[in-house]
Design a protein around this ligand. Structure first.
Ligand code: F6R
Length: 364
């Protein structure tokens, strides 16, 4: 059932273009996003005052990305919490607030408890869920499914990508209804979104190159992932992928925070993965690359096609195709998933079933 692939994880990475396409195409019309499952009138969408996104693990990194996207595109304030914090922190529920729970399995205990808490306080809830008919899907007021299909590997890949796609659609819908996008801007986003699956597919061509690079780091003691804005969210997910399946310690840092402590950990040869896809933040991230280089780091940079100038400062560069600044996570995460995968393979570990982890965390 691995369809010729050595592991489910690699098979599921290869299924990402389809997962994204299937999540997007039923909802993206010529000049609108139609999400019937949302069950909200335009009036209700216009009246949203605040959004709280609640999730665990990788799904919370989708939430982090969505915060940047929704706040910038639709100008609605967004908070993001991991569910195990949200449910105990006495969140402030308000009128006209929307709580979004993101979950692949739909069974994560803390996410389900957070959903119930919001509902008990009379707040409208929306589930972004992959498993049809799961607890979160059944209990949320409304559910928007990600159409990634069954995900077997413990480390999420295609469900993560489908969740991102769902959040882009939601953000475009909110922005359009609230008058935050011109027709031209909407058309550009729509065309960028439609191209994403093919662009993801084109990145698979780097597989051998990434495997070779990964093989140089099989004995690494630790690594860092840095970035700003959406690139910080990408760094968080790249770091989690690596550590959960390779058992190599790594830390994701907001690039500007490095000099407030962590930079003391950089030694000769320490690998720093620097994500720099956000044009506005590019010069700032370059400064951080220079900072770590000066302390001896080996820098692998991920940036947009065309930024060859980065080769002056980074030791190894991966380019991603051009897309909207809002959507770069969907492309930049592919090489990072492959990197984690090949470090795990190279170390001879059980990629699909890493130690101490379960696919669905139904305990609190
Ligand atoms: C990491 C991973 C986990 C899940 C988290 C939430 O690769 O898979 O961090 O993202 O346990 O699970 P769901 O989405 O099922 O609620």
């Amino acid at each position: 059932e691995k369809g010729g692939y050595e592991h489910f994880m690699l098979k599921e990475i290869y299924e990402e273009p389809k997962a994204v396409r299937d999540t997007i195409s039923p909802r993206l019309k010529d000049d609108d996003v139609v999400i019937e499952e949302l069950g909200m009138t335009d009036e209700e969408i216009r009246s949203i005052r605040k959004i709280d996104i609640v999730a665990c693990g990788s799904a919370s990194h989708v939430g982090m990305t969505a915060k940047y996207v929704i706040e910038s595109m639709a100008r609605i304030p967004v908070e993001v919490d991991v569910a195990s914090e949200f449910r105990y922190r006495e969140p402030i529920y308000e009128d006209n607030m929307l709580v979004i729970i993101i979950s692949q399995s739909g069974e994560t205990a803390d996410s389900l408890a957070a959903l119930r808490d919001a509902k008990n306080h009379g707040v409208r809830t929306l589930g972004i869920v992959n498993v049809v008919g799961s607890s979160i899907a059944r209990e949320a007021d409304n559910v928007m499914y990600t159409w990634a299909g069954p995900e077997i590997s413990v480390a999420t890949t295609k469900a993560y990508s489908a969740q991102l796609a769902a959040m882009y659609l939601l953000s475009m819908k909110f922005a359009k209804v609230r008058g935050m996008l011109t027709d031209e801007e909407f058309a550009q986003l729509r065309s960028d979104l439609i191209q994403l699956p093919d662009q993801i597919e084109s990145l698979f061509g780097m597989k051998e190159k990434i495997q070779k690079f990964a093989n140089r780091y099989l004995a690494a003691g630790h690594m860092f992932f840095i970035g700003r804005g959406i690139d910080y969210a990408i760094a968080m997910e790249g770091s989690l992928k690596l550590k959960e399946i390779s058992y190599i310690h790594s830390e994701a840092y907001a690039a500007g925070e490095l000099k407030h402590g962590t930079i003391s950990l950089i030694e000769d040869g320490t690998l720093v993965v620097a994500v720099a896809t956000q044009e506005k933040l590019y010069p700032k991230t370059i400064s951080n690359i220079v900072e770590v280089k000066t302390r001896g780091a080996f820098v692998m940079a991920l940036t947009n096609l065309g930024h060859t100038d980065i080769e002056k400062n980074a030791d190894y560069v991966i380019y991603i195709p051009k897309t909207s600044q809002y959507f770069t996570n969907s492309l930049a995460i592919i090489p990072l998933q492959l990197f984690g995968y090949y470090v795990s393979v190279g170390r001879g570990l059980d990629v699909d079933k890493p130690r101490n982890l379960a696919k669905s965390v139904t305990v609190e």
